[in-house]
Structure formats: C-alpha cells, structure tokens
Write a protein that binds this ligand. Structure first.
Ligand code: BGC
Length: 728
C-alpha cells in the first residue's frame, strides 16, 4: 500500500501533450498506427497514401508547394487528420552552406556552430522541413572512412561540445517555434569504427569502449533534449544496431531515460537480411520493432508486416503504442497539428540572407587551419599580382562538400572570385578537377608563376570523394595535384597551398614543396571570401585539427587518445633504412611503430598555427591534491609574442596514470578560444570538475578512481609539459 501511494505521489502529472497523444491513440486503428511508423522518400505523389493515413513522415522533398500538397492530403483527407513530419538531411546548412561538420569541429567554437545550426533551421523550416538528420556523432578515427567529413572527428569530448551545440541550434528554445527543427542524433552507434575505414563495414567494439568513447556524445545530446535518434547500419559484435535491444531499450530508455523517437537509417531494417541476422523482411520488422525502433525509413517492412505480426502475437500492441506515442508526441511538440502548412513565400525571404552569409563566412574563417608558414609567407599582404591555380580554386559545387543537397552552387563564392577583388590575378586552372591527370598545361602554369609575386595553389578533393559510401584506401592528393604543386614551386616564387578536402589527407610530401599551407575542410558557400581574407591578412587563422593527420594511410586508425601499449615508442626506433641486410630477428626492446612511417603521425590532434606566435607558460594547478567532489583549478600564462592580434584555441588534456583498466595516454577535457593583441598576455583558467575524470572501470562502473593524474595546457595534443595532481 505504502509503495503504491509513493508511486502515485511521485509520478509527474500528465502533460497536456501526453493527454492529447493518449486521446488520439485511443481513436486509431492498428493500420493507422502502423501508417505513422512509416517514413517514405518523396513528395506530392505520396498524397494518396497520406490520405489513407499510411505515411507518418516523408524525406527528401523540399518544395513548399509539394510539401503542402501531401500535407493537405494527410490533414484534410485522412480519417484522423494527423499531419506528416517532413524531414531532410540538413547537415551543414540548408541553402547557405557552412563548412562540413569536420570543419565546424576545427573551429573549436561551439557558439558559432550553434549559430550555424540555428541559421540552417531558419532556412530549412522556411521550406517546410521540421526534422533534420543531424548531428552525426560518430567518433571517427580512420580518415579512409568517407564519412569522417560528417562528424566532429576523433575525440569524444569535442564530439560532445559540437553535438550539443548543433542540437541547441536546430531545436532552438522551444520545438513549437515554427523555425525549430527537430534534431536527430546519429548513427547509434559505432558506425565510425568500420573495420578498415570501409563504409557500412562491421565493427567490433567492447562495451567499455562503447561507454567510454562512443556513447558520450549520444548521452550528452539526449540529455540536451535531442528529439530523435537514428540507428546505424553497422553491426557490433554480430548484432546490427537496428535490431539491438540492448542499445535501443536497455541503454537508451532504461539507463538514460531518454523519451525521444527512434528512426532506422535508410533501409537499415531491410539490410539486416543481408547481414544474415534476419530471414526476410517480415522477420526483420519483428526484430526492429521489438528492439525498440519507432519509425522505419524506407524498408517498407513495417507497413507490410506489422499488422500480421501483431495478429500472430510476435509483436505486442503495446510495442506499437510505444512507437506511435513517441511519433505523435513529437508532432504535437512541433506544433504540427496547429500549423501543418508552410508559407510558400517564406523561403525566398530568408534563404541566403546577408546575415546568414556573414555567419557562414566567419565560420569558414575560424575553421581553416594553418599547417605551415615558412618565412611568414602568409599573409600575402604585399603581393600585387598572384597566380591562382588548381582544381579547387573555382569549383563552386565541390567547395560545398558532401551532403549539401539544397545549397545551390550559383550562390557559392569561390576563392578565385574573392581573390580577384584583392589582387591582380593570373588564373591558370592547371587541372580541371581533383582526379585529373592531364598535365598538358603545366608549363603554362609554371610560366605564369614566374610572372607573379606569389602563387596560390588550390588542391584537394571533389565533394564526391568523401561522405557516405566514399571511402578511400589511398589518402594522397588525387590525380596530378602533387605534381602541380611541385611544378609551381620550380618558378621560385612563394608558394601557398590551400587544401580544400573532406578528410585529413596525407599531405606531408606536398608540404615540402610549398612555403605555406592552409587546410580547409570543404568550407561551403562563403569559403572563397573566407580564404581570401586569410590569404590577404584581413583575418588570422585559428582552426585546429579535429583529427590526427597521417603520414600514410597505412597508419590508420591513429588517434591521439589511444590506450598505452606495453611497449610505447621512445624515439630510438630503428627505421627501414637503418636495418642491415640479413639482420637477425630481434624483438627485444622493440616498441609499437612502423618501420617505414616511424612512430608518430604527421600532425597531432589539436594542431594549428597562426600568423602570430603564442608562448605558453608552465601549467599550474591551484591545489595539488583534490577530493572526488572538488574542482581542479588549472591555469596557464599565454602570451601573444607575434605581430598580429589573433585567437588561440587553448586546450586542456589529462592523463589518469594508473587505472583498474588501461587509460588513454591523453584526453581532451576542456578548451577555450582566447584572443590576444600583440604583446598581450593572459592567465587562462580552467575549472575541471573531478567528476569529469570518471570512466567505466573494471567493474563496468562509472567512477573516478583516486590516484595520480597529469594535466597539460597547450596549443595541441603533442606539446607542453604536464603538471601533476592527485585525486584522493
Ligand atoms: C545515411 C543517413 C541519412 C539517410 C537519409 C542514409 O544513407 O546513412 O545518414 O540521414 O540516408 O538520407
């Protein structure tokens, strides 16, 4: 009796929306319920199905008139008039395209990322889209995987910051605001760990590693209110995510208490047949629904088989009610019942608004990473005549990057167009596109370089070379691009290379052939003006690498926050050229490294130069011994020792020296963007709650283990000396 009373007293009062959902659900036939669980790709031609109540959501239609037509069928002709939820992959902007998500991560600036997501929502909702399949939170440590472009890179902490910023930006203050767009955190989970970097491939991730590395961004964004979640294509340890009850119910619902809506990835339910996990579409439907999926994207299995499966007792009606409840709740929260239609004149007023373009430009500026600047060649503030060459200098489609379905290339401002406003430009494309091998115009390019004060070579990847289904095993510049750089260098003029790409490429040999290099992950609509400002010196680079850069693709996966080997490298390793012929076999004293590429990556995570120089003092902690409930107060003296006002991304890393399980050699735990004038110093402070040092330990408990820690505050993950502290 007492227990019942307690339960009654503690259960939250039913919200208005819950009551509406209950009322509606009580009126629905099983067929109508199943219709809500069905998501189809298309527009107005789905009106007949919508009128029968057989479509819960559509994707891939962004024409307001078409959206209104199918919505009208659902709202005015179906028996219960339930509106359709319109979705789209709005990944890094809708019309105004921002840098690809990997470029957004390179800004280390969650505020500007949130602003970009807000702008994307304003533009997309103006066309009738109220649900985006973003952010992609897949931790990705293998640049061969084409989808590294779509996420925040290799670090779980950065992933959390970027993911939460995007969810906030898309969803705004309140989902019922007509400019709010429901976010979809994806792909749950482990999709980025595809073996060999081959998209859609299997993964083998331990529960501890899921919890320590792959779950945090999902958990944090779920807590931040992300409205929906998408399952992933991959299987983990033999279980495809779309049929994984442990993931979708035990973790997501029971452990995290998340109450949003779960959608499959495109036909990921159907693909469980190819996996060999399901016999046929009916079986896969049974497995997906019982595992906890609410909505089916494009397998057609739910609409065909759920009713039969319920009759056969293989799916209980309460599972269906659970799914439909989650779907209807979102539709009520978005205000779709009150405002199902989009104003067809709105998009023309908001698309590419000047303030959207300005934000996209500023984001592209912040996301560019300066990898080299020999002799302070950059900025080119004195040059008058420059040679502009390379296949990415004037590639309005490619600079938008992957998943830019709705960005129109007519609105792209290319580097060539922007540089023409700053310089007397000699334009020689050199190559037609990034894979081009035709070197017939190289002599002309070299001659043009001789006539210029400096040469700027735009190389990289076409948009189609990264993104979904576009993995690569070789990460060198494609086609004859490296040869183009070498050819230009022969003219003896300062050479600036700008790489515009979807992933960290292996560019070590190209760095040797140029003076300066800027790296810009596909920078979007305003990439041209952003890069022109950086080249001219109207802006100063501040981006940092969100993934480790490799010497060779054969090093992948290679990430800074790895567990330690029992034989860590110590810098005395023998390389290929040092091994005598017929050397005897030995492994004594040998460490974990490659004979050919050595023991380090090319560039570490968090790396990026500036036109100015920053000097770091030694990091300090206020208290060398702290308790589990305390906050570590750490600080460092940072000085701008160069000639430009500039922003530095100051990074805080920690190492837990001994754990009940092996701990990473370093983990990012904080960062701050700090702007200093020339000669100016600042004491940069961090407050790190000791609870942030928790991890999933040997007993699979999330705890802080007392002991010795090291802490670094530096400009990248490989610099600086640590200070120690103890957790009691
Ligand atoms: C991708 C998802 C995307 C979906 C809908 C799938 O192929 O994996 O990330 O949201 O298509 O377009």
């Amino acid at each position: 009796m007492a227990a019942t009373l307690f339960a009654v007293a503690c259960s939250a009062p039913k919200s208005e929306i819950d009551r509406k959902v209950d009322d509606l659900l009580a009126q629905m036939t099983l067929h109508e319920k199943v219709g809500q669980m069905n998501q189809l790709s298309g527009g107005a031609w789905l009106a007949d199905q919508a009128a029968k109540g057989e479509v819960g959501s559509i994707l891939n239609c962004v024409d307001p008139a078409e959206i209104n037509a199918v919505q009208k069928a659902a709202v005015e002709q179906s028996r219960l008039g339930i509106p359709i939820l319109v979705s789209r992959d709005v990944i890094h902007g809708f019309r105004t395209i921002f840098p690809i998500p990997l470029g957004l991560a390179a800004t280390f600036d969650p505020e500007i990322v949130e602003e970009g997501a807000r702008i994307a929502a304003v533009e997309a909702t103006a066309s009738g889209v109220r649900w985006t399949f973003s952010p992609m939170l897949d931790v990705a440590r293998d640049p061969r995987w084409g989808r590294v472009a779509e996420g925040s890179g290799e670090d779980p902490y950065l992933d959390v910051q970027m993911g939460v910023a995007m969810v906030k930006g898309y969803q705004g203050e309140d989902l019922s605001d007509p400019t709010a767009m429901a976010a979809c955190i994806k792909h749950f989970v482990g999709y980025g760990a595809a073996e060999g970097g081959r998209d859609y491939n299997s993964t083998m991730i331990s529960e501890r590693s899921l919890r320590n590395t792959y779950f945090p961004a999902f958990k944090a964004t779920a807590e931040a209110g992300a409205a929906t979640l998408m399952t992933s294509f991959n299987e983990i340890d033999g279980i495809p995510s779309t049929g994984n009850k442990w993931l979708l119910k035990d973790i997501l619902r029971d452990e995290w208490g998340w109450e949003g809506m779960v959608v499959t990835d495109w036909n990921s339910a159907g693909e469980m047949i190819a996996h060999g996990f399901s016999r046929d579409l009916k079986h896969t439907t049974e497995q997906a629904v019982n595992a906890g999926v609410d909505m089916d994207m494009m397998s057609y299995g739910f609409i065909q088989y759920i009713e039969e499966l319920v009759k056969e007792g293989k799916i209980s009606e309460s599972e269906i009610d659970r799914a439909v409840r989650n779907i209807l709740k979102l539709k009520f929260e978005l205000g779709l019942f009150e405002n199902p239609y989009v104003d067809e004149t709105l998009s023309a007023k908001v698309d590419y608004a000047p303030e959207h373009l300005a934000a996209a430009k500023q984001t592209a500026i912040e996301s560019a990473i300066l990898l080299q600047n020999k002799g302070n060649v950059l900025p080119l503030d004195k040059a008058k005549t420059i040679l502009v060459t390379g296949p990415l200098a004037d590639a309005p489609h490619d600079q938008l990057g992957t998943w830019a379905f709705d960005g129109q290339k007519e609105h792209t401002v290319t580097p060539l167009a922007a540089l023409r406003k700053e310089y007397n430009v000699i334009w020689e494309p050199g190559l037609a596109y990034s894979r081009d091998r035709n070197k017939s115009s190289f002599a002309k390019v070299r001659a043009a370089a001789s006539r210029a004060d400096a040469a700027v070579v735009f190389v990289g990847e076409e948009a189609i070379l990264s993104g979904e289904a576009h993995s690569l095993s070789n990460l060198n510049l494609q086609g004859a691009q490296s040869e183009l750089i070498a050819e230009v260098a022969k003219a003896g003029k300062p050479v600036v290379v700008v790489v515009i790409a979807g992933r960290p490429l292996t560019i070590e040999r190209d760095l040797a052939n140029c003076d300066a290099m800027l790296y810009s992950f596909h920078p979007g609509t305003m990439g041209g003006p952003a890069l022109a400002d950086l080249i001219k010196g109207k802006a100063v680079p501040s981006g940092k690498t969100p993934m480790t850069f490799l010497r060779d693709a054969g090093q992948a996966p290679f990430y800074y926050n790895h567990n330690n080997s029992g034989r860590p490298c110590n810098g005395t390793e023998t390389l290929l050229e040092d091994i005598p012929a017929e050397a005897g076999q030995t492994s004594l004293g040998c460490t974990s490294y490659y004979l050919d590429t050595g023991y380090g990556p090319h560039l570490p995570f968090g790396y990026g130069l500036s036109y100015t120089t920053f000097e770091y003092g030694a990091p300090a902690v206020a208290e060398p011994v702290v308790g589990k409930d305390d906050v570590v107060k750490a600080s460092v003296e940072l000085k701008n020792t160069g000639k430009y006002e500039a922003t530095e991304v100051v990074q805080l890393y920690v190492r837990d020296l001994v754990g009940s399980v092996v701990r990473p050699v370093k983990e990012l735990k904080g960062f701050r963007r700090v702007t200093l004038a020339p000669g100016e110093s600042a004491n940069v402070e961090f407050e790190l709650p000791v609870s942030d040092l928790a991890f999933w330990n040997i007993d699979m408990e999330y705890v802080v283990e007392p002991g010795d820690f090291q802490l670094w505050i530096a400009g990248d993950s490989a610099s600086g000396a640590p200070v120690g502290f103890i957790v009691r």
